[in-house]
Design a protein around this ligand. Structure first.
Ligand code: WQD
Length: 344
């Protein structure tokens, strides 16, 4: 037992929160990140928060076999790998599909091939609820049809299929976690979501409106078949998601291989955009001016998880509510108006 874990994309939003939880559990970490959409400062803060120095950083791209081998060389032997590195902007995947197939699929292939060569066969993969496409029945459980409607989701499903085939070919232990909507931040306000430029996602846009750096929120669509016409999503506190990763890794390490797992990671409770605006205002006492505008291409009306399988297998369920998500995302934004950068 080396209790060492390699995390790709570990300097990112979900990766940094997961790294903190694993450090606090006594794991030693090697992090491979190209800082394409992250900042090494996040890892300095993670080490501070954990009171641990057991984190080594390798700057490199998961598509580059030399960089991936260098990261494994730095690890020596690893208990497992958690693979976050990838692209996740839905609209960008529509305008630039080849980049998504390269980073998300080829990057995952290079990682898995390197692991196979070194006989490291325990992997947690960051997948997405958007593989369900535009479902009609809710809540969503893992056996429901996967009908991805944009390249981001198509690439994530392709990697799931590649990893499932790997599991059938030999003694691997692999879990694919289908995230719903990760939001919020560590309650310290020291680490959080730091989007580059204009935020794609709802929560960082709302916190920037709250901070006064954006005038108002555009609500994309008010004619969806939902309780108030605006899009419904299953928002999940990033700390709950980080804890789901450590529960999954610890579960895999107890299994004899081969072992394959696909899990929805969500709360099971969907909120509309207007619900979130109201919840944020109630939780923080701040006002969020907004305007109802037309739908955003690629958006689906509703995504809401059935998280029962993760509860049954891992004993994991989300514990933080919408108010906590709003309070913690605002605490991060207020303490870090320009994110990890000194200036925007
Ligand atoms: C949420 C709701 C928008 C911005 C995200 C990630 C994706 C994946 C799934 C993990 C929708 C509305 C948004 C705004 C708005 N994550 N909205 N005004 O689209 O569900 O996708 O979760 O795999 O990688 O991007 O999240 O936060 O962009 O949108 O009205 O300015 O908020 O229409 O209903 P989405 P989002």
């Amino acid at each position: 037992m080396t209790n060492r874990v390699l995390i790709t994309g570990g300097a990112g939003f979900i990766g940094s929160h997961t790294a903190l939880v694993l450090l606090e559990q006594g794991y030693e970490l090697v992090i491979l990140d190209n800082f394409d959409n992250s900042n090494p400062k996040a890892l300095d803060r993670v080490k501070d928060l954990a009171g641990s120095k057991a984190l080594e950083l390798v700057e490199g791209d998961v598509r580059d076999p030399t960089a991936v081998n260098r990261a494994f060389d730095n690890c020596g032997s690893v208990e497992g790998v958690i693979h976050f590195a990838g692209l996740k902007a839905v609209s960008e995947s529509v305008t630039n599909p080849l980049r998504y197939w390269d980073v998300n699929v080829n990057g995952s292939r290079v990682l898995a091939a390197t692991m196979e060569k070194r006989n490291f066969r325990t992997l947690v993969f960051s997948s997405t609820s958007t593989v369900y496409g535009e479902p009609e029945n809710f809540p969503l459980h893992e056996e429901m049809p996967t009908v991805p409607v944009h390249p981001y989701a198509q690439t994530k499903l392709a990697v799931e299929q590649m990893l499932n085939a790997l599991c059938r070919s030999g003694n691997w232990r692999i879990a694919c976690l289908r995230y719903f909507n990760p939001v919020g931040a560590h309650p310290s306000g020291r680490i959080g979501e730091d989007p580059l430029g204009i935020p794609n996602n709802l929560f960082p846009f709302i916190t920037q409106v709250a901070a006064g750096s954006r005038k108002k929120l555009n609500v994309f669509g008010s004619d969806y078949p939902t309780h108030d016409g605006t899009g419904v999503r299953d928002y999940l506190h990033v700390m709950d998601l980080a804890e789901a990763h450590s529960s999954t890794l610890n579960h895999l390490l107890k299994q004899t291989s081969p072992h394959q797992l696909t899990l929805n990671i969500g709360t099971g409770c969907g909120f509309s955009v207007l619900d979130v605006i109201r919840g944020f205002e109630e939780a923080t006492g701040l006002s969020i001016p907004y305007q109802l505008v037309s739908r955003r291409p690629g958006d689906v009306p509703k995504l809401e998880a059935c998280p029962q399988k993760a509860k049954n297998i891992l004993g994991w369920s989300a514990t933080r509510d919408l108010a906590q998500m709003c309070r913690d995302s605002w605490a991060w934004q207020r303490a870090n108006p320009t994110g990890y950068r000194d200036v925007l």
